[in-house]
Write a protein that binds this ligand. Structure first.
Ligand SMILES: NC(=O)c1ccc[n+]([C@@H]2O[C@H](COP(=O)([O-])OP(=O)(O)OC[C@H]3O[C@@H](n4cnc5c(N)ncnc54)[C@H](OP(=O)(O)O)[C@@H]3O)[C@@H](O)[C@H]2O)c1
Length: 284
């Protein structure tokens, strides 16, 4: 059986949808914080059990019969997420899983220019010491392009801090790739980079947005401290603004410039490009 955590979330929910296209529902289980939110999966024949990274015994129960367990990286920013991930890994080992998979991030490591990557590095370290086969799905950046680009549609300019090359993938592709890895004949061991074939920059977004909208969309570099002050003036907490700024600072160090063809190979097609993703915004 394949057990998936975070199945009521966006990424791993989509992964379960893809698994259902590949294997029968009785071979899939989900471990979720609120089973009521997974009723649609239960209706489709998926085993639904309650599981929470803060409750080891519930996790072990929800992981029972698992050959593979796919762990989502926690979104609980108020918690010690590394401790949560360690508890989830230990519970999967105790439940007898033969492989543990984890939604990690591109560029993961200790002491990188992007501090949150240390969380994934510590989790991968625990996986490597678990004694069980493991796979880290090192996804490129993804999310709502509006959050990446700011309020560019109002002023026809992407006015953000200086950036550098990074991979901006479509979360749906990450989910499809995860399902392909979970059902592959040959296992994927250790860290797997899931990126675009070529990295992009915000200048590429401006070019693409210009082409799609038929308007000239410029890319303007905003000084780091000016940008943080502007964000705070718009109501963002300083910590949130500085967290986002650290992402731009990390991209311009070149830390995310590396690309890998594995995502294309797993999908059997090119991953959705930034053009594909901006088209979804129905630009006018
Ligand atoms: N690569 C990137 O650029 C990027 C971008 C955004 C996020 N991420 C990371 O990737 C993860 C998945 O992304 P997403 O888009 O699917 O986010 P999401 O929709 O917020 O899903 C996060 C999932 O984590 C679950 N979760 C949170 N705390 C938990 C706990 N204590 N025990 C068990 N499950 C817990 C949530 O459960 P509930 O459904 O019960 O809330 C939810 O299903 C995020 O959690 C975050 O760590 C990566």
């Amino acid at each position: 059986m394949i057990i998936v955590t975070g199945a009521t979330g966006t990424l791993n929910g989509a992964t379960v949808d893809h698994l259902l296209k590949r294997i029968p529902p009785h071979q899939i289980g989900v471990s979720v914080r609120d089973p009521a939110r997974a009723r649609d999966l239960a209706d489709r024949g998926v085993r639904v059990r309650r599981g929470n990274y803060d409750n080891p015994s519930a996790l072990r129960h929800s992981f029972a019969d698992a050959e593979q367990v796919l762990l989502v990286s926690s979104s609980d920013l108020s918690a010690d997420v590394v401790a949560q991930h360690r508890r989830a890994i230990d519970a999967a080992v105790d439940a007898g899983a033969q492989r543990i998979l984890y939604t990690s991030a591109h560029g993961t490591g200790f002491g990188t220019p992007y501090p949150p990557l240390a969380i994934h590095a510590a989790t991968e370290q625990h996986l490597a010491a678990s004694g069980v086969a493991w796979t880290a799905l090192r996804n490129g950046f993804y999310g709502n392009p509006a959050q990446l680009l700011g309020a560019w549609q109002e002023a026809d300019v992407i006015a953000m801090p200086a950036d550098g090359p990074f991979s901006w993938i479509d979360r749906r592709d990450a989910a499809e790739a995860a399902a392909a890895i979970l059902t592959a004949d040959d296992p994927f061991d250790g860290p797997i980079d899931l990126t675009l074939p070529e990295p992009v920059t915000l200048a590429d977004f401006a070019t693409t947005a210009s082409e799609l909208s038929g308007r000239q969309i410029d890319r303007a570099i905003v000084d780091d401290e000016t940008w943080v002050a502007d964000e705070m003036a718009s109501g963002a907490p300083e910590a949130v603004a500085r967290f986002t700024l650290s992402m731009f600072q990390a991209t311009r160090s070149g830390h995310f410039a590396h690309s890998d063809p594995t995502l294309s190979r797993l999908l059997g097609r090119k991953p959705r490009s930034i053009t594909d993703q901006l088209k979804d915004l129905n630009l006018r």
